[in-house]
Write a protein that binds this ligand. Structure first.
Ligand code: FAD
Length: 380
């Protein structure tokens, strides 16, 4: 029996992948319900290939919106880099899908048998029960005994803290508001993913369904700042007052309670992701800043590879070693590139030089990088 802690994107996808292989598991999630999670998310083609393999791509495509053009622009929407995603469709059969996180969670959750997930159960710590078994203790003092433990409990993972107490969360120096506007966006924006860069501030948009548009607003900030909700929209309108009018339209059409703030963090890359029969996946072991839109996709890739290695290997420790070996270089590259992109996007000096480089980078180079990032190895 494998116990998964955390019913986020990584935990639920892993459960579904185990389901597909016929691997015995149970998943524990601390939240009592997964219905109202977050704002929007982009699912890149690497994630979509795994979701296709899991048989839920049609549902995702039905609830989300295809992005066929990805642009980084100036604050007035004039392009800095602009890639039409036809080359991605030609290579993988589909391009990125933007979807509400709650829709994604619901599709994943509904694909797992109800008796295999316990909600409202928070992991507290683990102990050795016998040389072969692990005792998992929950915050309500109940416990379960398991052969294998998977930590899919996100960036603040308690399992990681117990396994690797020296692991460190790094604040990026940037904070982010995310919102979902109830609006039918102009047809020219319907299938675009856009990030507008201003002076150390950024605003991103993508339609996630007919009447809903996901946006994010990033600024340089001290950590742990609080908002006065009554004045929040006015504050954002003021910060982004020099941006294209669509930004004003989106903020104005978002309900106050649909705006979420979160500081942007990642974790210092770990040397080791597992010990004996305990392994970390997703943000718990390789959280990245969101600048490449790949954190969730990497958690989904983890589910794919880990489930195959566990299925093909009798010895769990060897399966975990193979998993880390397979994934380590790709995720660490993404962590590094995400961090670098985030810094460059908020450069105080050299913005004209940065923009010149972005504008003059041939699309062929960007396309080659994207294809490499989206590649998934076929496994039996
Ligand atoms: C602003 C922003 C935008 C992003 N945009 C994108 C994007 O467009 N595309 C993309 O691919 N990625 C994106 N990401 C990254 C993505 O959200 C994460 O990488 C992804 O959610 C990681 O999934 P996870 O399952 O590892 O962790 P999480 O999604 O954090 O899930 C962890 C789960 O574990 C549960 N949990 C925590 N502690 C316990 C406990 N003690 N006991 C039981 N359960 C517990 C939590 O409640 C949660 O449900 C973005 C991130 C941010 C911050």
């Amino acid at each position: 029996m494998i116990t998964i802690i955390g019913g986020g994107i990584g935990g639920l996808t892993t459960a579904l992948a185990f389901e597909k292989h016929g691997i015995d598991y149970h998943i524990f999630e601390k939240a009592p319900s997964l219905k109202t999670a977050g704002a929007g998310i982009w699912l890149a083609p690497n994630a979509l290939q795994v979701l296709d393999w899991l048989g839920i791509l049609d549902k995702i495509a039905e609830k989300g919106n295809t992005i066929d053009r990805i642009s980084v622009t100036n604050q007035d929407l004039s392009p800095l880099s602009d890639t039409h995603q036809g080359f991605v469709v030609d290579t993988f059969g589909f391009s990125t899908i933007a979807i509400h996180r709650a829709e994604l969670q619901e599709i994943l959750l509904n694909s797992i048998p109800k008796h295999k997930i316990t909600l409202g159960k928070a992991f507290h710590k683990f102990e050795k029960a016998t040389p072969q078994k692990i005792k998992v203790i929950f915050e309500d003092n109940s416990s379960t005994v398991t052969d294998t433990l998977i930590g899919a409990d996100g960036i603040h993972s308690k399992i990681r803290k117990q396994l690797f107490p020296k692991s460190k969360i790094r604040y990026s120096g940037q904070t982010c508001w995310r919102g979902v506007a109830d609006i039918k966006i102009d047809s020219g924006f319907e299938h675009r993913g856009i990030e507008m860069w201003g002076n150390q501030i950024r605003f991103g948009i993508s339609r996630i369904s007919d009447q809903k548009v996901y946006w994010f607003a990033v600024v340089t900030s001290k950590p742990n700042q609080k908002d006065n909700t009554t004045h929040l929209k006015n504050k954002l309108l003021e910060i982004f007052s020099k941006f294209h009018p669509i930004v004003h339209q989106l903020i104005s059409n978002t309900m106050n309670d649909k705006i979420i703030r979160g500081d942007i963090n990642d974790i210092t890359p770990l040397q080791q992701w597992h010990t004996d029969t305990i392994c970390l996946i997703g943000d718990a072991c390789h959280s990245a800043t969101p600048d490449m839109g790949q954190g969730g996709a990497q958690a989904i890739e983890d589910a794919y590879y880990l489930s195959h290695f566990i299925n093909n290997e009798e010895n769990t420790e060897i399966a975990f070693s193979k998993f880390q070996k397979k994934r380590y270089s790709k995720v660490n590259t993404i962590v590094k590139l995400s961090r670098r992109t985030e810094k460059i996007a908020h450069w105080k000096y050299g913005q004209s030089f940065r923009n010149f480089i972005l504008k003059s980078t041939p699309n062929k180079i960007l396309e080659k990088k994207m294809i490499k990032m989206y590649q998934i190895e076929k496994m039996n």
